[in-house]
Design a protein around this ligand. Structure first.
Ligand SMILES: [Zn+2]
Ligand SMILES: [Zn+2]
Length: 417
């Protein structure tokens, strides 16, 4: 029987890879311009990093993690998100000794056991960016500015920035209580999960996609009704900095984000491209995460961009694939050897050159050059070779000229680079 990939696990094929590389390259350039440095973290972590960091009563920890025991009986989990791991690495290596703040980014696969559907996979990719060690709202704005700048740089438009504040240790518990009271009165309308969440995690009910739950929360109290003056001040500053940068935003008081560790600033970027509403990125501040995973009190803020979603929204018409610069078509034994020498030389010069390895007819070599979308073809025949010449054909315009083989490298580089 033919072995197939696991459900929800996806191959990214050569004809799609250009988009991925473009997005990743742009992210590196933009983020590094903002002073961020890449960090690479393991895919596997101890389960408690996520159960404590993300929160026991979240969907991720309750039902979406890939958790298993290794051969020594340790409970390990494939990372469902990157923030907790990045915070762990920051603590473990005491990066705060190097500088009081760290601006880090990482990209790679995450794993969640969700129902696979179009554009949603169990192994999916994120670009993550985090700032550790600064509580100043200036940083919240700077991170959001960077995110929007990145999304525009890769070509997204019709973006909407939504912001909210989630309160902190002082005011959030009051909101939680207020919301809990409200939900208890609406329990009959809630789905089974949400009935349970009234006790375990009432804020999660605001995220529920079930229609009756959505109706039930229509008049629910808003976090902004409970916010303390410190949180209000922080939120006002964030909005002021965003305004100063010329960014427009809307306040979405229902946005709570899917994880427990968020405090104060929360944000999402929604795209209205393709006629529908798609969240492409989201993040927020998490000033309690470090304590949850056993560290000191260190403030943090970050965002994650969903790669699959982002790639599906890239503008049409932009060419991402790489095609040969030059296809060398040779006919006869001596020309074929010469073709091989030329192609090897071109490769060393960084020219993407191809040739036919099977000694096929000139016609079929030209067909292949066409199919590979080569920009130029070099035609080498016995007769031309004896005269030290070859023919260069522009595959777009179909114009061709005879050139001396001795100058080939210069001519090709001039045409291509
Ligand atoms: Zn529900
Ligand atoms: Zn507060």
């Amino acid at each position: 029987m033919e072995i197939k990939a696991i459900r929800g696990f996806n191959d990214i094929l050569p004809d799609e890879i250009g988009k991925w590389q473009f997005v990743e390259k742009t992210a590196r350039e933009v983020f590094e311009g903002f002073g961020f440095t890449e960090i690479r973290i393991p895919i596997l972590e101890r389960t408690e990093l996520f159960s404590r960091g993300i929160g026991e009563a979240t969907d991720i920890v309750e039902k979406e993690m890939y958790t298993f025991a290794d051969r020594s009986g340790n409970s390990l989990t494939l990372r469902p998100e990157a923030t907790a791991s990045m915070a762990r690495a920051y603590l473990e290596h005491q990066l705060y000794n190097y500088d009081s703040m760290a601006k880090l980014y990482c990209m790679g696969p995450m794993f969640r056991y969700e129902r696979p559907q179009k554009g949603r996979y169990r192994q999916f990719y994120q670009i993550d960016s985090e700032v550790f060690g600064v509580e100043n709202p200036m940083v919240d704005a700077e991170l959001i500015i960077m995110l929007i700048h990145f999304l525009k740089t890769v070509g997204l438009d019709k973006l909407e920035l939504q912001v909210n504040t989630l309160g902190d240790r002082t005011c959030r518990p009051k909101y939680r209580e207020g919301l809990k009271k409200y939900l208890e009165g609406k329990a009959f309308q809630l789905c089974e999960d949400c009935k349970r969440r009234i006790e375990t995690n009432p804020l999660r009910v605001l995220d529920c996609k079930v229609e009756t739950c959505k109706q039930a929360i229509a008049d629910a109290p808003k976090v902004t009704d409970f916010i303390c003056s410190e949180c209000q001040k922080h939120f006002d500053s964030v909005k002021e900095y965003l305004g100063a940068a010329g960014l427009s935003y809307i306040i979405n008081p229902r946005m709570v984000r899917g994880l427990d560790y968020y405090t104060r600033t929360a944000f999402e970027v929604v795209s209205y491209q393709l006629g529908s509403q798609n969240a492409v990125a989201g993040g927020g501040r998490y000033d309690n995460l470090f304590q949850e995973i056993g560290g000191k009190e260190i403030p943090g803020i970050g965002f994650a961009i969903g790669m699959e979603r982002l790639i599906s929204l890239l503008p049409e018409g932009k060419e991402f694939s790489k095609y040969p610069d030059l296809f060398v078509a040779a006919l006869g034994e001596a020309p074929f050897k010469e073709a091989s020498r030329i192609v090897n030389q071109l490769h060393l010069e960084g020219v993407r050159a191809e040739l036919d390895y099977e000694g096929k007819s000139l016609k079929s070599q030209m067909r292949r050059a066409d199919k590979l979308k080569a920009r130029y073809t070099l035609i080498l025949g016995e007769e031309e070779l004896k005269r030290g010449k070859a023919v260069v054909r522009n595959m777009g315009t179909k114009s061709q000229e005879e050139i001396p083989i001795g100058n080939l490298l210069d001519i090709v580089k001039q045409k291509i680079l």
